[in-house]
Design a protein around this ligand. Structure first.
Ligand code: SF4
Length: 357
């Protein structure tokens, strides 16, 4: 076995992360779910989402038979909602076309919708001990440093090189689940992007970047491009303890979630509001939400509907009771805003009642 794998496995036995709810399972459904949830998301954030999700959808069949609108509330707040849509589509595809079974090999798994090569390798390694190498961002960073390889890890030539290295380092099949977990643990807890903990790293004696004093410069980073800013106006129309929500289109940001009606301009918002009813309108302070490729600056406009017109709600819109906010599949910043408004209005109602007593 390569020295790299021997050191990593020994380290994992003493220092690897333990007790995560998806560890130790060989069920490809659960491995797949955890891998998708962990993409771009911290472990501590994922744990409660994972537990709720598997409690509600314990099998591939249960997920496939649910409607997307039943699945989205279990992803609400986790971000990158295309993951949930792909997960659901993939479950239906597996049940419809593969007899409800996952393909056995990493190369077949990688052909499924929403499953990239690294996720396919993780599923195959954990569930069948296949010698398939994960090569996500963390692994690429570890290998670029360990072998002191110059180049942008996102460039395809570099990706191929790192992926070939990752494959060469693999231990025998029986050690694949532990080794794959060890690679994940090392990238997440020791060989960090900023301030890696080389002093406690099991690979330090043979790490080329460490030996050459190049840890801080590898992997090569491109100068960050300024993030574009998009502006939007959100309508917070409320009446009788309910708020107007609208289902977002299936693609794009917050796809398939419920959200506040969104407009490009204040004038558009006002004209839609006029069709809903007579309202007392106030503009709230602007808020920001960072997506991967842009920042959304949105201005919420609170409209307390005093008299409602008949033909108010468009297709996909619903008056949602504020008391049931927690069960709505909402984007995290919208949920935060509505929670704040709801608790402010509850406090003010309580104050009014106390004054009258
Ligand atoms: Fe990463 Fe440092 Fe370990 Fe090298 S010695 S693999 S740079 S943590």
């Amino acid at each position: 076995m390569h020295d790299f794998a021997t050191r990593l496995l020994a380290w994992r036995r003493r220092f690897g992360r333990r007790g995560l709810p998806w560890q130790g399972t060989r069920d490809p459904y659960r491995v797949w779910l955890s891998e998708i949830m962990l993409q771009q998301t911290r472990v501590a954030t994922v744990v409660p989402y994972y537990e709720r999700f598997v409690a509600r959808f314990p099998t591939l069949q249960r997920l496939a038979s649910a409607r997307l609108s039943q699945v989205m509330p279990y992803w609400s707040g986790l971000g990158y909602y295309a993951r949930a849509r792909n997960l659901h589509a993939c479950a239906r595809h597996l049940v419809g076309d593969h007899g409800g079974k996952f393909p056995r090999s990493a190369s077949e798994l990688a052909r499924l919708p929403g499953i990239g090569r690294s996720t396919a390798a993780a599923i195959a390694a954990f569930s069948r001990s296949e010698r398939a190498a994960i090569c996500d961002g963390n692994v690429k960073r570890v290998l670029a440093r360990y072998f002191a390889i110059d180049g942008d890890p996102r460039a395809s030539a570099m990706e191929r090189r790192l992926s070939a290295q990752a494959q060469r380092l693999l231990p025998p099949a029986r050690s694949m689940p532990a080794y794959t977990q060890a690679m994940m643990d090392l990238g997440a807890t020791v060989c960090l992007r900023r301030a890696p903990k080389c002093a406690v790293c099991p690979l330090q004696p043979t790490c080329k970047a460490f030996r050459e004093g190049r840890v801080d410069e590898l992997p090569l980073r491109h100068a960050a491009r300024p993030t574009p800013v998009r502006k939007a106006h959100l309508l917070v129309a409320m009446r009788d303890g309910a708020v107007l929500l609208q289902r977002r289109p299936p693609t794009g940001i917050w796809g398939s979630l419920l959200s506040l009606p969104q407009f490009a301009s204040r004038a558009q918002l006002r004209s839609v509001l006029a069709a809903i009813g007579e309202a007392h309108l106030s503009t709230l302070p602007e808020r920001r939400h960072a997506f991967t490729h842009f920042t959304l600056e949105f201005t919420p406009h609170l409209a307390i509907i005093e008299r409602r017109r008949r033909q108010t709600t468009e297709a996909g819109a619903v008056w949602w009771p504020l008391s049931r906010l927690e069960s709505a599949a909402l984007p995290a910043p919208v949920r935060r805003l509505l929670r704040e408004l709801h608790s402010a209005s509850t406090r003010s109602a309580t104050r009014k009642r106390d004054t009258m007593l």
